[in-house]
Ligand binder design. Structure first.
Ligand SMILES: [Fe+2]
Ligand SMILES: [Fe+2]
Length: 169
């Protein structure tokens, strides 16, 4: 099902995420390239919808799963477009979860809670070594990797997927 169609069909989901997906700063992610041809906007929406459905099915906190899924990659700048001068352990793969949390607190402070914050901060586990604290974080951590899976078709893409190197030749 197309994402836009899903948004119209599931009113409960739409009500939870409405504020985020209509916010100009979030809409700007339509211009951020993620992996392959996807934008960060599409990627985050896909992670959010799938995580929300899984969380609902297992009676977890699906509201936090939907919000955390949407904001997990809400970092400041489109990292694939520019050279990353940061030292190895400060590169995108290691740093963007913290950035996304900071940015989420700036734009959506009213949507933050301990689960949403844990989801955003730890979604790159095990790259970020602190493990998830809540079931909802585990869901997003796995769904994020699953949704980005096409990148695993070629193992050479792995460092690019985790945000350490942009081009591996
Ligand atoms: Fe991420
Ligand atoms: Fe992601």
């Amino acid at each position: 099902m197309k994402i836009e169609k899903y948004l119209k069909k599931d009113a409960e989901y739409y009500n939870i995420v409405e504020k985020i997906i209509n916010h100009p700063e979030f809409i700007r992610r339509k211009e951020f390239r993620h992996h392959g041809n996807r934008t960060v906007y599409d990627h985050c929406l896909a992670v959010s919808i799938l995580s929300y459905r899984i969380a609902k099915r297992f009676k977890f906190d699906y509201r936090s799963a939907a919000i955390g899924g949407l904001l997990h990659d809400f970092y400041y700048h489109p990292w694939q477009e520019k050279k990353d001068p940061r030292p190895f352990f400060k590169k995108h793969g290691f740093a963007h979860a913290g950035e996304a949390l900071e940015n989420s607190k700036i734009h959506f402070p009213e949507l933050m809670n301990k689960r949403v914050e844990d989801i955003i901060k730890k979604h790159m586990f095990p790259l970020n070594i602190r493990p998830p604290r809540y079931k909802e974080t585990w869901v997003i951590t796995c769904v994020d990797k699953y949704v980005s899976m096409e990148i695993f078709k070629d193992i050479k893409n792995l460092p690019r997927y985790i945000g350490i190197f942009k081009n591996i030749d």
